[in-house]
Design a protein around this ligand. Structure first.
Ligand SMILES: Nc1ncnc2c1ncn2[C@@H]1O[C@H](COP(=O)(O)OP(=O)(O)OP(=O)(O)O)[C@@H](O)[C@H]1O
Ligand SMILES: [Mg+2]
Length: 365
């Protein structure tokens, strides 16, 4: 493999390359923190882009460039109340691109490193959930005047219920790994909720919710926190593309307001954490509240159920298909993940009235 110092030479950095050390949990891309000399010169984040998942790197880069430039521009036109927000910046190559393809066919890019920040895998407190809601809310708010359909759809039909169901049902029908008999109750669980889960798609088709620029990976560890535990930036922009805002809100709750792990085996540990839900919604709506369309606000609580269902369905489909998409740590891992998602969904169903009331309370303020 071509060495990191040689990769860095391709980019227009300030200072001289000093060191590179891995950062992040590395689920999708590989990332390194790159330091430079002299002291005071900026640090950078080097990433090898997973071009097996993201097959169109030029279009992906173009999406990121357009959105980050727009966000920076909008911040410039604003008063100081938003000056806490940092927009990550792609560094140009010497050839004028914003990614570099090495002789082995790997794609690389470089971002400026946002100083003195940390990301966390687990939401530590309602205060931090609220901060994350604020950051994703601001990302949403600042990108709201970009014509969403002009962005490239990086992962087509990513959250499209009809497409995902079609794949699920085809897989059940074909039973390629001989696992259908052992997953009857999960399949029945998924089938029993199909109708309700078309709600967001129908709202979109009826023009009641707009297509917007969406992040599509609103996990907690994609928020950067400063030393005072304030959220100051949003990273991981690979999946920025046209979508419904409800997908982003719902996935933030699915991943950030679960009392258990995504693949928890002990289902009694898996529940919706209403305090974290309330806190995230408070931070989020504090920024975007007034700009949402009525049908968006009215379906925020539902969106958490939807995303939990959808990801559960995808885990189940992958299990039935023989585990080709999600990396598994042990046999049955994807089935366990699906069960944990479906348990989380059940918990949301039990507390749905409370979730709706929480949103309603913010909406009437
Ligand atoms: N510009 C940046 N400034 C500071 N830290 C960053 C920056 N970009 C990324 N990071 C840190 O690196 C981590 C991984 O980056 P990113 O989320 O873009 O990659 P990823 O492929 O999604 O990795 P993971 O699977 O760990 O989420 C982030 O969670 C964050 O902590
Ligand atoms: Mg990430």
């Amino acid at each position: 493999m071509i060495g990191i110092p040689r990769i860095i030479k391709q980019f227009k950095i300030e200072g001289q390359f000093e060191s590179a050390s891995p950062i992040g949990s590395g689920h999708i891309n590989d990332s390194w923190l790159v330091t430079t000399t002299p002291a005071g010169a900026p640090d950078y984040v080097l990433q090898r882009i997973n071009h097996h998942i993201f097959t169109n790197v030029p279009a992906l880069t173009d999406n990121i460039l357009r959105v980050t430039r727009h966000l920076r521009q909008r911040l410039l036109c604003r008063d100081d109340s938003l000056s806490w927000f940092r927009v990550i910046q792609l560094i140009a190559t010497r050839g004028g691109n914003h990614f570099f393809r090495d002789p082995d066919g790997n794609y690389w890019r470089l971002y400026d490193h946002v100083r003195d920040t940390t990301s966390y895998d687990v939401v530590g407190s309602p205060a931090m959930a609220s901060e994350a809601g604020k950051a994703f809310g601001l990302f949403q708010y600042l990108s709201s005047d970009i014509e969403a359909s002009s962005l490239f759809e990086i992962l087509p039909d990513f959250h499209h219920i009809a497409v995902r169901l079609q794949t699920f049902r085809d897989t059940v029908h074909r039973d390629p790994a001989g696992r259908v008999a052992g997953a009857q109750s999960e399949i029945a669980f998924a089938e029993s909720r199909v109708e309700e889960m078309h709600t967001i798609l129908h709202l979109g088709e009826q023009g009641k919710i707009p297509l917007r620029v969406t992040h599509n990976d609103t996990k907690f560890n994609n928020v950067l926190f400063n030393r005072d535990q304030q959220a100051i930036s949003v990273v991981d922009l690979d999946t920025v593309m046209p979508g419904y805002l409800l997908y982003d809100f719902g996935d933030a709750i699915r991943t950030g307001a679960n009392t258990g792990d995504e693949d928890e085996a002990d289902l009694t540990k898996v529940n919706i954490d209403l305090a974290l839900f309330e806190a995230y919604a408070r931070g989020y709506l504090g920024v975007v509240g007034k700009s949402l369309w009525p049908a968006e606000t009215a379906h925020l609580a539902f969106s958490a159920k939807y995303m939990t269902y959808l990801i559960g369905l995808r885990f189940l489909t992958d299990h039935l298909n023989g585990d080709h998409y999600f990396k598994t740590g042990f046999p049955g891992h994807n089935l366990q993940r699906a069960r944990a998602q479906f348990k989380l969904l059940q918990s949301m169903e039990e507390h749905f009235g409370e979730m709706e009331n929480i949103i309603l309370a913010f909406d009437s303020n």
